[in-house]
Design a binder for this molecule. Sequence first.
Ligand code: DGJ
Length: 735
Amino acid sequence: MINRCCVSAVLSLALCASVFGQEPIRYLAEKKLWVLDTNTTSYVFGVNERNQLQHMYWGKRLWRDADLAADHSLGEWSSFDGVASTTPGEYAGWGSNMYTEPCLKVTLQDGNRDLVLRYVSHEIHGDRLEVVTKDIQYDLFAHLHYRVYPGAGIIEKHAVVENRTSQPITIESAQAGTWYLPPGDGYRLSYLNGRWAGETQLVQEDIHPGLKILESRRGTTSHQTNPWFAIDAPEGNGSDQEHGPVWFGALGWSGSWRFSIEQTPHQQVRVTGGYNTFDFAYPINPGERLETPPFYGGFTSHGFGEASRMLHRFAREFILPGGLSAKPRPVLYNSWEATEFNVDEPGQKALAEKAARIGIERFVMDDGWFGARNDDHAGLGDWYVNPKKFPNGLQPLIRYVNSLGMDFGLWVEPEMVNPNSDLYRKHPDWAMNFPGRPRTEARNQLVLNMAREDVKEYTFAWLDNLVTENNIAFLKWDMNRNFSEPGWPEAGPANEKKIWVKYVSNLYEIIDRLRAKHPKLEIESCSGGGGRVDLGIMKRVDEAWTSDNTEAFDRLRIQEGFSYPYPAQVMMAWVTDVPNYNGRSTPLQYRFLVAMMGSLGIGNNLNKWTNADFALATQMIAYYKTIRGTVEQGRLYRLFSPRAGDLTANQYVSEDGKQSVLFAFLRAQQYGRPTPTIRLRGLDERAVYRVRALDGSKLVEKLETASGAYLQNHGLNLLLTGDYDSTSVLLERVE
Ligand code: DGJ
């Protein structure tokens, strides 16, 4: 059982700051407590009698400051567990006798490795708070930054470490912060695990005493684990999609990252996240600083569905370029699965002409257009148009695509170089390396060291030229391997490990400058599929490639996991040819409907399509255009999980509540066994909706209209039969 927090009274979800006339951030001076309120949650921490920061509460919104008592550090349990380990430090340095995961660990040049941070001062500016802490002896400061997003229910934290001593300091661990749950046990952790072509698989497991690490050591976000967590308290059956408490967080960083999920012997459950500590050493000279990535956290009492909806809305409003006014994503065609590297002007034009016919809005030419790129052995780094494939450059193709009413997108992989390239022959030192040692190739390529200023400037310059000289609306920015031999000899031994941070901050800088100079340019984050999807890259890209695995049935699980933290708007999903990946063949309609639960793309070889395929595609794309606002920007309800049985069903409700769309997929029917009734969510029970199934014969009750009450309580009965059947039902509010 969870010991509920020491604070008693709570109010309903609907209460918001304005009701109480309270500011989102308050300092209760007499108790030395900060209260950070969103409309639905409270986060409280303070200064204890040792002048150290101590966490107090994170959960459902509190309303009565008088309930909160000044905090005091917890006592020593024994000589083996002193105050530093028993007290929930808000941002603890590694020092004294602390044995839990610290937020900051340093070594000073004089040999001191002890760090004890004490409160110095703070400033509140509206929804932002900065608390300054300092070591008990040295002028080593940690500035803790908080931002409250009241409507989103999200709190952001990050730290800036500042060296005001007169000696260099090496930072060995810099975390954004620690999230504490109410002390107790019986918690369950949810996270996303996977692999190339099998990203974002939801894993749920009980939290036991001890330490669980989720991380990437790969230099980038990774296919293997995504920087998101959720923790629920499975009292009874645990939290489900619509009920129960869920605490969740996501890190905004596209390099090596780490979450430490601990349950201490004293039943503190804490999640500390930031830069990965593995191979980490970041020296800062006097006067220098290091900033951690932001860590965003939220809480809901309304299950995993609401946790996702909160993060979706937050990403759309505060993270993604364009914010809430971003236009729906264009329906895209990509040539990769049709042609692979065999691109040329006539071939691409032929595909473009067919793509335009079915309603495509953006035509993207993938890999193979540059240098000596005929397969994956050569060409990366040589970003000039291949003269054999495009004798007159890209202009004729782009003009043709534009004349068909589509904009043009292009694939690039700026961080990579093939050893078989002019760039590598000229600048072998630009690839990450430890001098004199082997350089491990993956997909026949090496990683350019973006931490170097010359590599960064070179990369920006060629991308800028490419976009300046051609009418390019969109770049698919790929990255097809992780770091190896991450040496940076030019930086010198003391600074080489800065590569883990510098690489990513320079990558961010290139994209930021490119977007600033070309404000209409859109970018997709691709890394051999979903290898770089996180709230850091999402600040600077419009969408993400979910997975190289485009097989529709596998996609149901990949997309389900993706949907826990990230909105459908950024989830690129293509329809492709069958058999694909597993050798599985699903009907074209099934493939369309799966892809229509994200940002729709088509990756088929249109030269092989029949008239019937074209007709179905035209109909499906037209349908998608009527619902994409609801799918991409609406509220998602996961009704039946692909992990739980043969039926998968997801429903989306537009923000204004006027439209809703249901997607349903059957893996396999046992003869005579009906599809389970699907009870809808997110509707107004007093409202009446027009009900239209994509294929009317799949709706058992021949409803033309139905009330929200009927749809949510009685539910819909669908007639899905055989293998890989699917349908979609469109609801439009009429009364
Ligand atoms: C990996 C991407 O994920 C694919 O979609 C495709 O762009 C290839 N790279 C091209 O090399």
